[in-house]
Write a new protein. Structure first.
Lengths: 208, 208
DNA sequence: AATTATAGAGAACGAGCGGTCACCTGTCAA
DNA sequence: TTGACAGGTGACCGCTCGTTCTCTATAATT
């Protein structure tokens, strides 16, 4: 236990800040849960605020590496059922991955106090998912799996309800199973409404 | 300026708590913006926490009175265009009414720290709107304005994206106009997808 | 072997926190 | 006229906050 103390501090900071907020967390508590005494923290960070800024740097970098670049786009599903499966897989990850959950909670809490948190929150909660699904839906339309429509609108229509249920899981984790079931039900509803059935395909064209 | 001091304290508390959070707000600042000195506050509340609890009481009561009771349900629109109009009217109110905005921000910030805030947040952000629109959509199906489908699912599909855009306005108020335009575009998309056109009506039945 | 950098510990700092208290003043009922 | 009371004030309290200081043990560098 030596060199990685800085990272361990950031991990605990994410944990506590995401539960009690920046103002609601004190460094005695933070260092204590690392088995340190508060003054030791200042060997690694020069202030509480620097911890916050480093945490945000890390979250921004992580988001960029994980979701921000086009090469990390998931493949276009080959079937409507494939869309449902992919959705459930992504939802399962994002709801259960502790780091991602804590990041969302932290952004939720601090979005009105910090400009960078505000911007990252909009990416996490709105534009990120939409921008990810827009090319996917465009591809599915090209494959004749979805009715021709504005892919960006469909992506918004698809991701916003899922995002709302993810928020519900963050807020009330005991409802996770219920929420996952709702996500699947919603996904199937979407597929029913916007998907092109084999019958429609055979009768030619997918523009009504 | 005498008897209403208690209410003025609560108003300022809502203002400051919704911006800086409960932990990030101190009573000197709170009382100063009322032209009082901090000790005066304790003539009206016995602690900072009691302010918080009173504020929550008020928010819960307000929500129950304004949105919670069935008699406050908006009327079932007579046309698809009526649904769009009603939606825009409600969105305009909820985005611009200061009290409602601050209430949402406060619940957003404090939902992970307080049980009652958590429960009220779920109502505000998820179930409230859905429960309001479920009977409306059921009524519109009865009138032959909407395709027959699960009204609760449609209500969820309709309100979640709108709710996401309302959150965007809370977070980045400078995007309000853009968000309102997106709400209208989404509402018209919804009507296009789920609405029953006159042609469909004439050819009898609305079950595909 | 001597030196130096590192990462802790522990005591202490001043500032700010929520909260208390004695006191003052205007209002109004008895 | 008086006295109780509601509402506001300023001094003060103990505590906790973020931060700094000095000191020490360890381990790498010279």
């Amino acid at each position: 236990m030596a060199k990685d103390t800085k990272e361990r501090i950031l991990a605990v900071a994410l944990d506590l800040f995401s539960q009690n907020g920046y103002a609601g967390t004190n460094i005695r508590e933070l260092t204590a849960s690392l088995g340190l005494v508060k003054s030791s923290l200042y060997k690694h960070f020069e202030s509480k605020e620097e911890i916050w800024n480093s945490l945000l740097d890390e979250m921004i970098a992580y988001y960029g590496a994980r979701f921000g670049s086009p090469e990390h786009l998931p493949p276009v599903p080959d079937s409507l059922e494939g869309l449902v499966a992919m959705t459930m897989q992504m939802a399962d990850f994002t709801i259960h991955d502790e780091r991602v959950v804590k990041t969302r909670k932290l952004l939720t809490i601090e979005q009105f106090r910090d400009e960078r948190a505000r911007a990252l929150a909009t990416k996490h909660f709105l534009t990120g998912l939409k921008d990810m699904f827009t090319p996917i839906f465009a591809g599915m339309m090209d494959k004749g799996l979805l009715r021709r429509d504005d892919p960006a609108m469909l992506a918004f229509v698809y991701t916003a309800p899922i995002s709302a249920l993810i928020h519900l899981c963050d807020r009330e984790p005991e409802k996770t199973n219920e929420a996952m079931a709702q996500i699947e039900a919603f996904s199937r509803h979407f597929v029913k409404v916007y998907g092109v059935t084999d019958d429609q395909k055979k009768s030619g064209g997918n523009r009504p």
